[in-house]
Design a protein around this ligand. Structure first.
Ligand code: NAD
Ligand code: DAU
Length: 364
């Protein structure tokens, strides 16, 4: 998997142009996961003078195969550690003394959080506080919390929430992310730390673990397996290509006003059933594979953010057309069956059975 051309969907910057020639050290937590690994590849390609430390525990969702295209780069270092472990975090900060911390590391899957909330609190809440403590001690220039639009809870139709909206999380995952956001507020208000919170909508893209909706649809379609749609399929999500998210994080890391929260979305909102049918159309796969299954408990009906603040204040806007991005991602998965097969063998299949077998009992 060394083919450089396929590690980014689009040439959204000129690789030969050094946009920031300062020497910065960036500690990226959770850099072996989906968004974190896309962000690391983005940084390594865009900033030849940045040193990037990937701090990751390598849970079931962490996969160093996501980084094979840049792993030999002299500016990239992998550090195996747990954000919820004081010793690991202390050692990494002493060793690398980062200028920026971009915090992706998290338990990220809502269905898992409903089955076992405890690890979500440990990693997503305690882990964030420990990182904030050492960031303060080491005078980190900017701490960026990669949060989520899920903290606002379910949004009524025709409403888009701004950063001023109340946080009303409805599941253990989103409650843990909302709690971490509050700790960022405390870091700013009480300790005067330089921080930003980014609340992004649903991402899709290369190297996404096949527990999330888009890769589940693509993987199951390729393998002629049922495509599980929760409840009536009418829940709405807002979708963004992961590389647009990476650009937003970069802009906020370097130019975000300290203490501010930025929503990051596209306005590209789909009912789950419509999205599943659209992807199957693109893949020329029969829609009969779609199977309605038992709904997620506490399933949020609709997410929808107003992203005008980051657009107006920092000049970010999404650049990747949904249709183009999705086609690239489908092609990528079809060319990376080895990547997905490695994941879907072994322990993943136990997970798949745990999550879906009880649901399948209530198919249409
Ligand atoms: P992911 O599950 O693919 O990756 C999570 C990464 O964190 C993995 O590499 C894992 O090994 C690592 N990790 C987990 N626990 C750790 C710990 N205790 N210490 C160190 N590393 C640990 O997640 P993702 O989808 O890439 O999401 C990344 C971040 O973005 C999360 O904070 C998530 O809340 C947020 N987010 C995700 C989306 C989305 O659509 N996927 C949207 C908005 C925000
Ligand atoms: O909104 C941002 C959030 O998006 C992130 O903070 C989370 O980390 C990320 O996991 C994602 O959460 P969702 O719950 O929205 O994503 P998921 O892919 O799990 O589900 C998307 C929608 O599709 C949701 O309404 C549930 C539904 N779904 C999901 C799966 C996995 C199905 O109908 N069938 C499925 O098999």
């Amino acid at each position: 998997m060394k083919e450089k051309k396929t590690d980014s969907a689009f040439d959204f910057f000129d690789e030969n142009k050094i946009v920031n020639d300062e020497h910065k050290i960036i500690l990226v937590t959770g850099g072996a996961g989906f968004i974190g690994s896309n962000f690391i590849r983005y940084l390594i390609r865009k900033y030849p003078n940045f040193k990037v430390i990937n701090f990751d525990k390598l849970t079931y969702a962490g996969n160093l195969n996501n980084l094979t295209t840049i792993e030999d780069n002299a500016n990239y270092v992998f550090f195996k550690g747990d954000v919820a472990d004081q010793k690991d975090v202390k050692t990494a900060f002493e060793q690398f003394n980062p200028d920026y911390v971009v915090h992706f590391a998290a338990e990220s899957h809502v269905d898992k959080s409903i089955i076992n909330p405890d690890i979500f609190l440990q990693t997503n809440v305690l882990g964030t506080q420990i990182l904030l403590n050492y960031s303060r001690e080491h005078k980190v220039q900017k701490f960026v919390q990669v949060s989520t639009d899920e903290v606002y809870g379910s949004i009524d139709s025709n409403l888009n929430v701004t950063e001023e909206a109340l946080i009303k999380p409805n599941n253990p995952y989103s409650a843990s992310k909302a709690s971490a956001d509050l700790l960022l507020r405390v870091a700013y208000q009480t300790y005067g730390q330089s921080v930003n919170v980014i609340r992004a909508c649903n991402n899709f893209g290369y190297y996404q673990f096949p527990e999330k909706l888009v890769p589940v649809i693509i993987h199951n379609a390729f393998n002629n397996l049922d495509i599980p749609i929760y409840g009536d399929g009418m829940n709405i999500r807002e979708w963004m290509h992961v590389e647009d998210h990476c650009r937003a994080i970069d802009v906020v890391m370097q130019n975000g006003k300290s203490g501010e929260i930025y929503n990051v979305g596209t306005g590209n909102r789909w009912k789950n059933i419509d999205l599943a049918e659209y992807i199957l159309d693109k893949m020329n796969i029969n829609k009969k594979l779609i199977s309605y299954v038992l709904d997620r408990q506490g399933h949020d009906v609709r997410y929808s953010v107003d992203s005008s603040k980051i657009q107006q204040e920092l000049g970010w806007k999404p650049q990747i057309e949904f249709e183009d991005g999705l086609e690239q991602v489908i092609t990528w998965y079809s060319n990376h069956m080895d990547w997905i097969e490695e994941i879907t063998s072994g322990k993943y299949m136990n997970y798949y059975d745990d999550i879906y077998k009880p649901r399948m009992m209530e198919t249409q």
